[in-house]
Design a protein around this ligand. Structure first.
Ligand code: GDP
Ligand code: IMO
Ligand code: MG
Length: 434
């Protein structure tokens, strides 16, 4: 019963959407296991571009059953819009299923996220303001509303009544914001339930039954390891667990049912929002990454902070995700740079640090120690085999493989499905070849 997990190894936006779409060709079900519409996953098929926030990226294949698992927080309005957008573009959505246990992002969660960010001043996290933190907060505090609750008017009335009293007090008294009116919110929530009724079910049953039939399932993570609530740069993180382990709690699968973990890595680093990023570049190389890599957020349109690849968190990410293999994306963006650097350690308070420090304050004091590689000028977007890549690019990829200690299975050289190189073990050992 094969089950593969796809997760981001950096701060999100590594290209998980492209990889999920690519690998979905060979599976029957794709499950999103955490996050919400803070995610923005881009899939490019020919000259069509799809930007998905909640629906798993495998959904563009007609044979795929897309599932939104219990670990996802769902904004019903975003989901309805996304279903309608996909259907208007000819993508059949009738097989979509949403866990009845997934928590609902209510409008007051969105309002609280925005209000708290505005009030935080310099301490703001730089969230996507989609209500993610407040919705997961309510889940942990057991005051949340679940997708299944939208289908039960009596239960919804009682849970919404209790929640709203508290939220309105917070909004009005702590933030001076406008309260929400019960009747209109209740009627909106009921209408979302009616619209989504056919999709809401026990998705864990579907997952387990498919595994029992020996079908191959793919679990798609959102965000990335360094944004993980427990393993990232807290408090500059999201409110869920993007790491592969999150697929168990959020997808409805046991740890021993996972047979493969595919770590998605961008050939350089990007980060949106606040928080330390040791290799961030404010120079023309950083500008090259932003402009050539089109590093603007899929969800919020914000300019992504860019910098060199950092091996320090990469080793940490490979370990805690128990990565089987890496898909390396956006190698084409580094073409044209004279030299390409990777960070191999930090200098912190005059000491060399090679292990990922969990404390954001240690990272804020860290200066990068770089190793330099020869760059390449050749346009690699049409390369379809490792042999066609320039030797300098091959050495760079081989160095990543060597440091990460796991094979690079695919190299992506463009956003389109076909702009992908399948690696067949030819890279290992070429890192030190001149
Ligand atoms: P995700 O959130 O991890 O799914 O990543 P995003 O979709 O937010 O950001 C990745 C962006 O890079 C998207 O616009 C993709 O279409 C694009 N992309 C993915 N792989 C490649 C690649 O190898 N080369 C180039 N040039 N773009 C890529
Ligand atoms: P995908 O799935 C990049 C970041 C936000 C902020 C922090 C917390 O497309 O890779 P939140 O709204 O989650 O409370 O914000 O997390 N963030 C992302 N950064 N890609 C994402 O998703 C992100 N989702 C959240 O910018 O720093
Ligand atoms: Mg994204």
């Amino acid at each position: 019963m094969p089950a593969s997990v796809i997760c981001g190894l950096q701060w999100g936006d590594e290209g998980k959407g492209k990889v999920t779409d690519l690998l979905a060709a060979d599976v029957s079900i794709v499950v999103r296991y955490q996050g919400g519409d803070n995610a923005g996953h881009t899939v490019v098929i020919g000259d069509e571009t799809f930007k998905l926030h909640l629906v798993p990226s495998g959904a563009l294949h007609p044979h795929i059953q897309p599932i939104i698992g219990p670990g996802v927080v769902v904004n019903p309005r975003t989901l309805i819009e996304e279903i309608e957008m996909l259907e208007s573009r000819g993508i059949e959505m009738s097989k979509l299923r949403v866990s009845a246990a997934a928590h609902v992002i209510m409008p007051y969660h969105v309002a609280l996220d925005g209000a708290r960010e505005s009030a935080a001043g310099e301490e703001m996290i730089g969230t996507t303001k989609r209500g993610i933190g407040p919705a997961y907060g309510d889940r942990a505090w057991r005051t949340g509303i679940r997708m299944g609750d939208l289908l039960d008017p009596d239960l919804l009335r009682s849970r919404l009544g209790t929640a709203l009293t508290e939220k309105n007090a917070l909004l009005e008294r702590a933030y001076g914001s406008r309260p929400f009116e019960f009747d209109s919110l209740f009627s909106d929530a009921l209408s979302w339930g009616q619209r989504l009724n056919a999709y809401v079910t026990d998705t864990t049953r579907i997952v387990q039954d498919a595994l029992a039939r020996d079908e191959h399932l793919l679990f798609e993570g959102a965000q990335g390891t360094l944004l993980d609530l427990d393993h990232g740069t807290y408090p500059y993180v999201t409110s869920s667990n993007p790491i592969a382990g999150g697929a168990c709690t959020g997808g409805g699968i046991g740890p021993r049912q996972i047979t493969q973990v595919i770590g998605v890595l961008k050939a350089y680093s990007t980060r949106v929002g606040a928080g330390p990023m040791v290799t961030e570049l404010d120079d023309e190389v950083g500008a090259h990454m932003v402009e050539v890599g089109r590093e603007y957020g899929t969800t919020t349109g914000r300019r992504r902070r860019c910098g060199w690849l950092d091996f320090v968190p990469l080793r940490h990410a490979v370990q805690i995700n128990s990565v089987s293999s890496i898909v390396l994306n956006k190698l084409d963006i580094l073409s044209g740079l004279d030299e390409v650097k990777v960070c191999v350690g930090y200098r912190v308070d005059n000491e060399i640090v090679e292990e990922w420090p969990l404390s954001a304050s240690v990272l804020e004091r860290a200066a990068p120690l770089y190793e330099s590689f020869e760059g390449w000028s050749q346009d690699i977007r049409e390369c379809r085999s490792v042999d066609e890549l320039p030797p300098a690019a091959r050495r760079y990829v081989a160095a990543i493989e060597e440091r990460a200690g796991v094979p690079v299975s695919h190299i992506s050289v463009g956003p389109e499905r076909t702009q992908t190189i399948e690696v067949s073990g030819a890279l290992l050992g070429t890192a030190s070849t001149p």
